[in-house]
Ligand binder design. Structure first.
Ligand code: 5AD
Ligand code: SF4
Length: 485
């Protein structure tokens, strides 16, 4: 068995530290590989498994960029790959359990070829108990690194290979904003739509959420770096950018500018890229100026994902969400006043510790009042290290499941009704990929983020075309391609 070098171990307490006075610093990344790595990489293969949210998808694209630059080729299946990376998600327990199942399978790959480099990175690696668990149960894992280590990936890989040792390097907190990470459309998942990080981390500390511990404090990229990336994507033929942040309306607060997101959004729209989207805003930080910008530019899509989490003020308080039901409804009102055609989706957690029937009823009544077009619903999952993990919870799991089903039924009913309103209408669809279920169909999204399928082939990918909607399902629409004008 190889030796394990512990460069740094994660520490959730350290990760939770707030440094309000400290400004974030740009870290220029030198992403040039050593000649040793280049000769090692030639002709070798890699496989990346990504779990979780868009931030992880984007991180995996950066890792893919590093590996492609070594002359490596990507493969879908991890058995037989020379390097396997698991980019993990810690948001709920089941995502973590899934990882341990996959690592069990990866053991097979290692036993077939002990030269295989198996790496685990991402949010789960920011948790000390998870790293200890992996070191104990999966000793064949050669590389463990965290969300703040994307910048030194080459040196980790180099050390692991040259010295033939397992490396653990997880930085708990970072004030750094990396620039100069591997770029290039080759490494991106799509050639049509792209994620652009505008900020990293979260300062909100909702009591159920592990993200502020795994992703560190809020730090924003400079507007000029973001705009350069968007312009470059536009030149490469990208049709859509989605601006990413855990809490995009906090963009620029670390520079002391509370209105920076509205101004950044406007500048991104002015680049003229066909479609602009963004995720995720935090309700009470939202400025109406953002809605004004959305209303002013046609290339900002009329769609907003605005997480509510619960319709009950007492639950919101226990969650440390810094708004009330009434304030949230007022924001929705202000939004719809400016953008009557906007589509709205949300996140809701059911079964937060000691949620009562009455409190849950308030969530149902809020959902009825807002009439969402889509909603992502989750049963509360206790995350070790977060305050809610330590709350004594008397609500039986059975009750939580019943509530979850009732909420899901209401949301599906509303979404179906809203989707029905599309039938007979013409919408503009940006085609992204051939349908996995039926290869004679091609799929894309309309401006409201509605998934649309039509008969067609891959030549439509990247085109924005008018589609006449003929049939609706709860979360997708079917239509016919219209002739170009
Ligand atoms: N349990 C269940 N759902 C959670 N989310 C975040 N943390 C938890 C948790 N511990 C949900 C929230 C968030 C979404 C990304 O995941 O609804 O908005
Ligand atoms: Fe988690 Fe709350 Fe931050 Fe969202 S705003 S990432 S739910 S702590």
């Amino acid at each position: 068995m190889k030796k394990t070098r512990l460069v740094s171990l994660p520490n959730l307490k350290e990760a939770a530290k707030r440094n309000p006075e400290e400004k974030s610093l740009v870290e220029k990344v030198d992403s040039k590989p050593t000649s040793f790595l280049v000769s090692w990489g030639q002709g070798k293969t890699f496989c990346i498994r990504t779990y979780g949210c868009q931030a992880n998808v984007r991180d995996s694209e950066i890792l893919r960029g590093y590996l492609l630059a070594l002359g490596m080729k990507e493969q879908e299946e991890f058995l037989g790959a020379d390097l396997i990376l698991f980019n993990t998600c810690a948001i709920r327990e089941n995502a973590e359990n899934h990882l341990y199942g996959e690592l069990g399978r990866a053991k097979e790959a290692y036993e077939k070829n002990p030269e295989t480099i198996i790496g685990v990175c991402g949010c789960v690696m920011q948790e000390e108990f998870a790293v200890k668990y992996i070191l104990h149960h999966f000793p064949f894992v050669s590389l463990i690194f965290g969300t703040n280590n994307l910048t030194n990936f080459y040196s980790l890989l180099d050390d692991c290979l040259e010295h033939n040792e397992n490396i653990v390097d997880v930085r708990s907190n970072s004030d750094l904003v990396p620039e100069g990470l591997p770029e290039g459309s080759q490494a991106r998942e799509s050639k049509v739509t792209a994620f652009v990080n505008i900020m990293y981390g979260c300062n909100k500390f909702c009591t159920y959420c592990i993200v502020p511990f795994t992703r560190g404090r809020e730090r924003s990229r400079k507007a000029e770096d973001i705009l350069a990336e968007v312009n470059c994507l536009k030149e490469q033929g990208y049709k859509q950018v989605t601006l990413l942040g855990q809490n995009v309306d906090a963009y620029g607060k670390d520079f002391g500018d509370d209105y920076a997101f509205a101004s950044l959004l406007e500048k991104v729209a002015q680049t003229g890229i066909e479609r602009v989207r963004f995720v995720t805003p935090y309700p009470s930080d939202f400025r109406v100026e953002v809605f004004d910008v959305m209303a002013k530019y046609k290339n900002i899509m009329p769609f907003l994902h605005l997480p509510i989490q619960s319709g009950s003020n007492s639950v919101l308080k226990r969650m440390n969400r810094r708004y009330t039901r009434e304030q949230y409804l007022e924001i929705v009102h202000q939004l719809r006043e400016r953008l009557p055609d906007v589509f709205l989706s949300t996140d809701i957690i059911v079964g937060f510790p000691n949620e009562t029937d009455e409190e849950f009823e308030e969530t149902l009544s809020l959902v009825r009042e807002v009439r969402y077009d889509a909603a992502y619903t989750f049963i509360f999952s206790p995350r070790p290290g977060t305050p809610a993990y330590f709350m004594k919870d008397k609500t039986p799991m059975e009750v939580k499941h019943k509530r979850f089903d009732a909420l899901k039924a209401l949301i599906d009913e509303q979404a179906t009704a809203r989707a029905n309103e599309f039938v007979g209408k013409d919408v503009e669809v940006l085609f992204e990929k051939v349908s996995e279920k039926d290869p004679s169909r091609i799929s894309g999204y309309d401006p409201h983020n509605k998934l649309v399928h039509v008969k067609g082939d891959a030549s439509l990918i990247g085109q924005i075309r008018k589609v006449h909607i003929t049939e609706s399902h709860t979360y997708s629409l079917l239509g016919e391609l219209m002739d170009e004008d």
